[in-house]
Design a binder for this molecule. Structure first.
Ligand code: C5P
Length: 230
C-alpha cells in the first residue's frame, strides 16, 4: 500500500490446547526459553509494518502474559486481556481493544510460532483496492476425500482449487469489526470465513510451509526443529 496506514495485530492465545496434553494452556508451554506465544509476539513486534499489538490469553493468565511481554521487550503490546469461549469471541475481544484509527488488523494464532517477517510482508502487500482481507494459503498435496459418518468415501474432491490457510490473516479494520458482530460468529474457524459471510472479498497470498500450527506434542517438536534449522 502506498499510503501509510495504522496497522495493528491481535494475537489470539486463549485456547486451552487440550490436544497438547500439557498442564499449561498451549500458548504458555515452553518453546525454547520462552512460552510459545512469545515467538509470535516477538515476530510481530519486530516487524516495522506493525504499529501495535493486542494479546488475548486465557482468563487468569493476563499477568503472566504481561510479565512475558516485558521480559521479551515487546514494546508494541498495548494490553493483554482474557479471551472468550470460542476463537471468534477471543478475536472480537481483542479487536475491541484496537484503536479506532487502525486501518488494517492482522489476526494471528499464537499456535503458529514460526511466523516470518516475509509472511507478514506478503499479507500486508497483498491488499489492493477492493480487497477486504488477505490470507496466506498453501496448496493441498494430498488427495482429498469426502466421507460419510461411517467412514465410507462419498467423493474424491478436486484438489486443484482447494488450499489450506494460515495466519496472520489481514483485514480492513471496519470490515473485520462488522464480520465479528455476527451472532453466529463462534461457528467460524477463521476470521476470513466471517468476512466471507458478510460478502467481503478475501484474497490469498503464498503461505509459508514452516508456519505450521501446533496442535500436538509432535507439532511442537517439529516446530522446534524447524526453528533450530535456521
Ligand atoms: O484451538 P486452535 O489451535 O484451533 O486455536 C487457534 C488459535 O485460537 C490458538 O492460538 C488459540 O489460542 C486461539 N483461541 C483463542 N480462544 C479460544 C480458542 C482458541 O484465543 N477460545
Amino acid at each position: 500500500m502506498a499510503e501509510v496506514v495504522a496497522v495493528w495485530a491481535v494475537v489470539v492465545a486463549a485456547g486451552s490446547g487440550e490436544r497438547l496434553g500439557a498442564e499449561h494452556p498451549k500458548a504458555f508451554v515452553a518453546f525454547g526459553d520462552n512460552p510459545l506465544v512469545a515467538a509470535s509476539v516477538s515476530a510481530l513486534d519486530d516487524h516495522p509494518g506493525i504499529d501495535g499489538i493486542v494479546l488475548v490469553v486465557p482468563a487468569g493468565w493476563e499477568e503472566r502474559a504481561t510479565f512475558m511481554v516485558d521480559d521479551i521487550g515487546a514494546g508494541k503490546v498495548s494490553i493483554a486481556i482474557a479471551g472468550g469461549a470460542s476463537r471468534s469471541d477471543s478475536v472480537a475481544l481483542g479487536v475491541a481493544e484496537v484503536p479506532t484509527d487502525a486501518v488494517l488488523i492482522l489476526v494471528h494464532d499464537a499456535a503458529r510460532p514460526l511466523v516470518s517477517a516475509e509472511l507478514i510482508d506478503r499479507v500486508l502487500a497483498g491488499f489492493y483496492d477492493g480487497a477486504d482481507g488477505v490470507i496466506p494459503a498453501l496448496p493441498i498435496v494430498d488427495t482429498v476425500k469426502r466421507v460419510d459418518g461411517a467412514g465410507r468415501v462419498v467423493e474424491t474432491v478436486e484438489r486443484a482449487d482447494l488450499c489450506t490457510v494460515q495466519t496472520p490473516q489481514g483485514f480492513l479494520a471496519d470490515v473485520l469489526r462488522r464480520a465479528l458482530a455476527a451472532p453466529d460468529r463462534a461457528t467460524g474457524t477463521d476470521c476470513a470465513s466471517l468476512v466471507e459471510r458478510i460478502g467481503g472479498t478475501v484474497v490469498t497470498v503464498e503461505g509459508d510451509p514452516r508456519a505450521i500450527k501446533i496442535t500436538t506434542r509432535d507439532d511442537l517438536r517439529r516446530a522446534e526443529e524447524l526453528r533450530d534449522a535456521d
